[in-house]
Design a protein around this ligand. Structure first.
Ligand code: GDP
Length: 367
């Protein structure tokens, strides 16, 4: 469902399809419903659920992905009505983060986010609804009254306890890994090496630009979320000053709060930067929306007050009218193509110009 315009919904759905493909699914069909708010029981309206059921049957789909976060009961009801697995945007994004996490800290953060998402959605075999919902209504649970109340609940409680246990353990581990990273960062700032963070919507070309600027050889994938663990490279300015360039976590709209939470420490690294190079995809249908989404996440970690250099990438593939419009909209932005190399020298100069000046001033002593 959507409360916005159909174009917004279509863009969001196209992105959801790209996310699903990144996760390894084959996308068969999209369905949009315009409503003022989601149906509390089934997310989309009842009639639309029947349509969805028909689409599932005719396409042979085995999963339905909803573009939003479903409540545990909406998820359960939809699964019952469609008879296939139902996944929401949050679960999908968490899944992709899980596939892409490489570092120990990244993996721990994703697992933590997944468990926090899972905990309220956990249901055991034979779970009795009366106790879960205070006796109000039926219509869920695995097979209704099949299970036996006692053992079913015991199993569920054990599972919940085990998950809570694991959650607190992960939190402790992440905390200690974080201490190590903060120490490293402190050493870097003691050395007074300016830090530049490359931020931007997922797939905007952050890794490609990092490669262009430093010849780093970072993995570039035409998939959402290729970047999960930040990569930091050293760069030298034309006047010999050293600075670091880091590629950050990709952003998407409606980034689940579990992810923002989990990656807060990684994102906080952006907040410590001296300059944010904000990369925008010039070929995207709605670059302004991308910029807003990135700003929203940056604001969450208080990185919105840092100096920002807006960079419109993929000028080789973008359409001329869009580029003209963006130039008027963002007169200070730098237009580049990480692929062809166009504008890269200008970008390098613009970055260097904005690097903080060394605190120590060296004056020539006249004889
Ligand atoms: P990231 O997710 O922001 O790090 O983006 P990547 O650097 O991984 O790039 C995402 C996709 O955009 C890849 O398929 C790149 O080849 C493509 N890409 C990056 N820069 C350019 C560019 O300047 N022009 C074009 N046409 N494609 C680009």
């Amino acid at each position: 469902w959507t409360e916005g315009t159909v174009t917004d919904a279509e863009n969001s759905l196209t992105e959801l399809a790209a996310l699903a493909e990144t996760a390894g699914s084959q996308v068969l069909e999209g369905l949009i419903q315009r409503r003022t708010r989601p149906d509390p029981a089934t997310y989309i309206g009842r009639g639309k659920v029947d349509d969805l059921g028909k689409v599932v049957l005719s396409t042979g789909a085995d999963t339905v992905i909803c573009d939003g976060e479903l409540s545990p009961s909406q998820l359960r009801n939809l699964e019952q009505r469609t008879k296939v697995k139902v996944v929401d945007r949050t679960a999908l994004i968490l899944d992709i983060f899980a596939q892409h996490a490489k570092s120990k800290e990244g993996k721990a953060q994703v697992e933590l986010a997944q468990l926090e998402y899972l905990l309220p959605r956990l249901r055991g075999w034979g779970e009795t609804l009366s106790r879960q919902t205070g006796g109000s209504g039926r219509g869920g649970g695995a097979g209704g009254g099949v299970g036996v109340r006692g053992p079913g609940e015991t199993k569920l409680e054990t599972d919940r306890r085990r998950i809570r246990h694991r959650i607190s353990r992960l939190r402790r581990e992440i905390k200690s890994m974080r201490t190590v990273r903060v120490t490293k960062r402190a050493r870097r700032s003691r050395n007074a090496v300016p830090a530049v963070a490359i931020a931007g919507y997922t797939n905007a070309g952050k890794s490609s630009l990092l490669n262009r600027l430093t010849g780093a050889g970072v993995l570039v994938e035409n998939a959402l979320f290729a970047t999960l663990d930040p990569t930091t490279r050293k760069a030298t300015a034309s006047d010999g000053r050293l600075y670091t360039l880091s590629d950050t976590v990709g952003f998407v709209r409606h980034l689940p709060h579990q992810i923002v939470e989990a990656f807060r420490s990684t994102l906080e690294e952006v907040a410590e930067a001296d300059l944010v190079v904000h990369v925008v995809d010039g070929t995207h249908p709605d670059p302004e929306e991308q910029v807003r989404a990135v700003h929203a996440v940056l604001a969450e970690v208080s990185a919105d007050r840092l100096p920002e250099l807006l960079v419109v990438n993929k000028t080789d593939a973008a359409d001329e009218d869009t580029l003209l419009r963006l130039k008027r909209l963002w007169p200070d932005a730098i237009f580049v193509s990480a692929h062809s190399g166009r504008g890269i020298d200008g970008l390098r100069a613009a970055i260097e110009e904005r690097l903080p000046r060394p605190a120590v001033e060296v004056r020539a002593v006249l004889p």
